[in-house]
Design a binder for this molecule. Sequence first.
Ligand code: HEC
Length: 128
Amino acid sequence: MLGVAIAAGCGGWNVPPEAKSLKNPVPMNTATIAAAGELYTNICQKCHGVNGDGKVPPGATYFYSTKPTNFTNARLVDSMSDGEIFWKMTNGRKPMPAFKNRLSDEQRWELVDLIRVFAHPASAPAQK
Ligand code: HEC
């Protein structure tokens, strides 16, 4: 049943179907990716690694046995809808924090765009 586990990102999150079908209202462009990149560096990188590679960076302290998701795993990221990634950030699952109150909806959607770029670097919007 590996296919089923992969179809739900890292599995077992019970994301509601109506959350999965939400569409990302924030377009992927250089401004949103830059904004998301700053949030990512400040908040997410200490667990999810530089450029989303899932490796805790040198110097960061990480106490948990659950591994942070590697967002450069394109198959895993592609298996999740935008709404699903957004919902997981909103609600968290230990040790993944919930960002419902810490980040605005817009910031969380921007981060969804950034996670897509980590999975597919060639899809990054061109600098003008
Ligand atoms: C304290 C460490 C930590 C921080 C900080 C953190 N995460 Fe996570 N995150 C995790 C772990 C661990 C998991 C895997 C949880 C699991 O498998 O149950 C995870 C899972 C996720 C998932 C679900 C992926 C999947 O495989 O289904 C997303 C999306 C995510 N994180 C995004 C973010 C973003 C964006 C930020 C910053 C705003 C962030 N995380 C900050 C530890 C962290």
